[in-house]
Design a protein around this ligand. Structure first.
Ligand SMILES: [Zn+2]
Length: 130
């Protein structure tokens, strides 16, 4: 397997190396556009992928890495390619919508000090229950 290292990424504190290769040099790329070897902390992409598709393949493999590093690789749903692909496709939209809504939310919550002055208890208003 001949491959070129193009970057390193941090997945929940674990370093993963990203490589590009070609189906001629990596047999596995004859049946997929990219793959992950989580035990080796490696992601391999087919360097022949077109740009937008390459971005999706990398996002997909990074999603696998996050699930693996979260210990969720033992869960059936976390190994479901359709779910991993859905997360990879929607991730940026979810991030954008969440950030926009959190900015709009700011005027509608009270800072902890103000809350204490108003007699609100932390457990009532500022617990981490959602
Ligand atoms: Zn996958």
């Amino acid at each position: 397997m001949k491959k070129l290292k193009i970057m390193e990424i941090n997945v929940l504190g674990t370093k993963y190396k990203i490589y590009v290769s070609t189906p001629d040099q990596d047999e596995k790329l004859k049946t997929c556009d990219g793959y992950i070897i989580p035990e080796a902390k490696m992601i391999i992409l087919d360097r022949n992928n077109k740009s937008i598709h390459q971005e999706h393949v990398l996002t997909h493999e990074i999603t696998h890495a996050f699930l693996y590093e979260s210990g969720l690789d033992v869960e059936t749903w976390a190994n479901n390619e359709e779910i991993v692909d859905w997360i990879a496709l929607q991730l940026n939209k979810m991030f954008k919508t969440t950030n926009e809504s959190l900015k709009k939310l700011k005027p509608y919550y009270t800072k902890p000090k103000e809350a204490e002055q108003n007699g609100w208890t932390k457990t009532k208003k500022f617990s981490n229950q959602y």
